[in-house]
Ligand binder design. Structure first.
Ligand SMILES: [Zn+2]
Length: 177
């Protein structure tokens, strides 16, 4: 075990004892280590998954439903997200792996959905330099007693000034869900 895992396992064991859990019970034998590994994974390793990349009749390009996870800032519980991107390229098209990579990097650790969504829009505007973009992230929070879905969007450039672009993307995005 790496030192971080040893340290975390120790702290989580203490935390479980504080909560009155009987750690002599064999069913909890691996629980502190499992929680430690899960936390370490979400705070260090980009988690891989895939999205789809599509041309449309207009100048708009989309990359839909890239899956990624973060931890909520209130409880450090897992938050499952799907982010979709539309942009008007200026020269080079983004590879779907570019956006997936940005999703994984930006969501590593604990962040709000708003921060991740706006960061994805900012990154897209610099890679290389599209005329505009829109990012929609839907997130499933598991930390409250009742799981809830939230949807956040961020617009830049032409998507901020032209409602027709936003409508076109929202229609495509709705159909893809
Ligand atoms: Zn929370």
């Amino acid at each position: 075990m790496i030192q971080t895992e040893i340290d975390l396992t120790h702290h989580i064991t203490e935390l479980m004892k504080c909560l009155g859990m009987n750690l002599d019970n064999d069913i909890f034998r691996n629980t502190p280590r499992n929680i430690a590994r899960s936390l370490i994974y979400d705070f260090t390793a980009p988690n891989a998954s895939q999205g789809s990349y599509t041309w449309h009749g207009s100048d708009m390009l989309t990359i839909l439903n890239c899956e990624h996870t973060t931890r909520c800032v209130c409880h450090l519980e897992r938050v499952f997200m799907q982010s979709s991107l539309a942009y008007i390229p200026d020269g080079r098209a983004l590879h779907k792996g570019d956006f997936q990579g940005s999703c994984d990097v930006m969501s590593t650790g604990a962040h709000t959905i708003e921060y991740i969504t706006h960061s994805l829009a900012d990154i897209t505007m610099h890679n290389p330099t599209p005329k505009g973009c829109m990012v929609i992230t839907q997130a499933m929070h598991s930390c409250s007693s009742k799981p809830r879905l939230s949807i956040v969007s961020a617009v830049r450039g032409a998507f901020g000034t032209e409602a027709t672009l936003r409508e076109e993307f929202l229609t495509l995005w709705s159909k893809s869900r």
